[in-house]
Design a protein around this ligand. Structure first.
Ligand code: NAP
Length: 325
């Protein structure tokens, strides 16, 4: 089994330095075989969200592994997220309890606010487009409810996703329990150096989503009836491919190792057992200064953002929309 390193968290918990992403993994057969392959290979960190509609399937597989005694609960690190429709002080407890039930867990390791903008709630995890209304609720009021989930033992830690620096600062300045993590889009073409520096200075672990530049993103856009967009295509980049040849590794492994060397935790998603194993095998080599310099040079800034949430147009009307428009 691969020897994965850990990031220390303020209360002494440890986050495995790589996790398995599960967005767009809803096919039962595919997801079950992916999770089995991942747990077999040595992944212990699983990232999901209420809006991925796969918590119940993940719960089934985790329960199988836990009840067989092959893994212990304390070896696992499970993250899930408060959906946009849950961004109201009265709905945090409702959603975390539902996630725990679906995942068949007594507690989460990390519960994140998925996005800094909320919508109305009409009884479903995602509010249907014809009923959607953006709601502006004070992040501090919602954060208080997140803190109460730690007090109640429903999650070991709480954090943020897709928040910008101003929004994180406001939480840090006013919280009782600080966020332990920021999960944001981060890959060789969108390195978010300033934000990473700010987080590290303030003891937030940075978790990178779309660490490979999500080559499957256009399938998602198609599924919500939108046109595809140009993607960074980092896996095919000749610089990445040359570095891969030099180290006898795959382009994906180079992109993931690049983040690990920057003290960032990648959560690559795959449902392909061979890739799942490959993506974990990034702890037995290092990149040299020349490699790092070349990979740093792939930065394209905002234009390389993949997951811009433009697929959900009402969110952009909110003053809390976090990214430059
Ligand atoms: N907080 C948020 O708002 C947010 C937003 C987006 C994502 N996330 C989280 O971050 C996770 C990862 O991000 P992501 O899914 O957007 O993108 P990603 O991990 O960068 O890319 C996933 C895509 O890459 C393919 N792939 C995986 N390993 C590969 C390899 N070694 N070589 C070539 N292709 C490979 C996968 O295909 P196959 O599956 O077909 O193998 C899939 O199409 C998500 O699954 C989710 O858990 C969070």
């Amino acid at each position: 089994m691969v020897n994965v390193t850990f990031k220390k968290m303020p209360e002494g918990q440890k986050m495995p330095a790589i996790g398995l992403g599960t967005w767009m993994s809803t096919n039962e057969e595919e997801l079950v075989s992916a999770l089995d392959a991942a747990l077999e290979a040595g992944y212990r960190h699983i990232d999901t969200a209420a809006v991925y509609f796969n918590e119940a399937l993940i719960g089934k597989v985790l329960n199988k592994w836990l009840s067989s005694g092959k893994i212990k609960r304390e070896e696992l690190f499970v993250t899930t997220k408060l959906p946009i429709a849950g961004m109201h002080p009265d709905r945090v407890e409702l959603f975390i309890k539902q996630s725990l039930e679906d995942l068949q867990l007594d507690y989460l390791d990390l519960y994140l606010i998925h996005f800094p903008v909320g919508t109305n709630y009409v009884g479903s995890v995602v509010t249907p487009p014809d009923q959607i209304q953006v709601e502006t609720n004070d992040h501090l009021e919602i954060w208080k409810k997140m803190e109460e989930q730690v007090d109640a033992g429903r999650t070991k830690a709480i954090g943020l996703s897709n928040f910008n620096q101003r929004q994180i600062e406001r939480i840090l300045e006013n919280c009782r329990i600080p966020p332990v993590c920021l999960q944001v889009e981060l890959h060789a073409s969108l390195q978010q150096k300033e934000l990473v520096e700010f987080c590290h200075k303030n003891n937030l672990i940075v978790v990178a989503y779309s660490p490979l530049g999500n080559p499957g993103y256009n399938k998602f856009l198609e599924s919500v009836g939108q046109d595809g967009k140009e993607l960074p295509n980092n896996l095919q980049n000749p610089i990445v491919q040359n570095i891969a040849k030099k180290h006898n590794k795959s382009p994906g492994q180079i992109l993931l190792r690049f983040l690990i060397e920057k003290n960032i935790v990648p959560i690559p998603k795959s449902v392909t057992p061979k890739r799942i194993e490959e993506n974990l095998n990034v702890f037995d080599f290092s990149l040299d200064e020349e490699d790092l310099e070349q990979l740093e040079g792939l930065e394209k800034g905002e234009e390389a953002r993949i997951c811009d949430f433009k697929f959900f147009p009402p969110l952009r009307e909110s003053p809390e929309f976090p990214f430059p428009l």
